[in-house]
Write a protein that binds this ligand. Sequence first.
Ligand SMILES: *Cc1c(COP(=O)(O)O)cnc(C)c1O
Length: 483
Amino acid sequence: MTDVASTNSTAASAYRTMLDIIGGVEPRIADATRQELTDQRESLKLIASENYASLPTLMTMGTWFSDKYAEGTVGHRFYAGCQNVDTVESVAAEHARELFGAEYAYVQPHSGIDANLVAYWAILNKRIESPELERLGAKTVNDLSEEDWETLRKTFNSQRVMGMSLDAGGHLTHGFRHNISGKMFHQRSYGTDPESQLIDYDKLRADAKEFKPLILIAGYSAYPRRVNFAKMREIADEVGATLFVDMAHFAGLVAGKVLTGEENPIAYADVVASTTHKSLRGPRGGFVLSTAEYAPSIDKGCPMVLGGPLSHVMAAKAVAFAEARQESFQAYAQNVADNAQSLAEGLMRRGVKLVTGGTDNHLNLLDVTSSFGLTGRQAESALLDSGVVTNRNSIPNDPNGAWYTSGVRIGTPALTSRGFGADEFDTVAELIVDVLKNTTPVTASTGKPGKAKYALADGVAQRTKDASAELLGKFPLYPGLEL
Ligand SMILES: *Cc1c(COP(=O)(O)O)cnc(C)c1O
């Protein structure tokens, strides 16, 4: 039984009171909050990056820690009166270090993107600032002239990074143009093998030797496989790169010891960044782990990159990390991975083509164009009409581009939190296939097949909703929390 699936009747009166108080100020917000619980309870949440946090984690965010300014670091704040925030931040960092076995943890980042920016800043700061300052004859940045700054800016901005390509499952923050990282860095991406759709480490090594990145980035948002971080480390060492791992998606599998040995990034990376709210099941936020060497640079994250820390969220991170240190979290993480396998088998048995031919982490990427003749957007919409919440996603060398896409990404972290097991995920596979088999692309009047419009056969949405309701009814979310 997971935290979100155990009885919470004593919390019900507290939440009812809270919502009445909120409703007294702005009833629409109280109503939307109640409705959001209903919607989350009644839909099949398959978005691979979402989860359900425990009530203690959620409750921790609703306190007066929100009112406190605490720029700086523990014991070194730019505001007075931060003794309790210091406690919160120290406890959260301690839990993060212990949970992941890291030398250093920084728990201030407000989100995964912010955590990555802190990491980039720290790496640039450590790798470039010191030698450059020396070369410019300066002791600290305060000694630099405007001209020196211009030189430094050019040096900072012309660094090379290598990360996984977007269509192979990489993330925008790994040097792509819609993110500041793409403006800061010259980027070359590595993709996957055209046949196996798996990372081709030999090709990656050859490309890295040619490109010589300052930072080698490992990590993904939509790659349904494990990464060998020992190999990544070897490649980084061969080219003198810092190995940066973005484990935003799979942090829960690391915390839950599903990813160990060469699949555990902490043992190999210089710097690791993550979200707290995906498979890790904490509050919405981010954090950075590193070796002791990078700690002083990472500590400068606020105010260098980040606004004042969200102390109430740091407190909730501490609670969630404490939960993840319990043995039950390891069972949860193993179930997440096992369930992803069951889901993959259920889909493939029913004729669905999966990118890489399966999964060994928490997510599946369906090639809906090959399997059903639909775009990702059509599939995503038809599923949503049927109460199945997923998101469209590019697949490697996507014929439909990054907007319509050819893929649908689904993950098991959220429904596993509710208690779903292998049988339930097999039913989920059946429901997904039923919806997609009964969806047809609508041809536009131009004669070209439409990429956006679709038609769902009569009755399919309702029968899917009925079947989901039956399934979800057996695994209530926050049972007893009646508002
Ligand atoms: C989700 C994600 C992020 C961004 O996290 P936010 O909290 O939304 O900013 C960064 N990197 C990867 C790999 C992700 O999957």
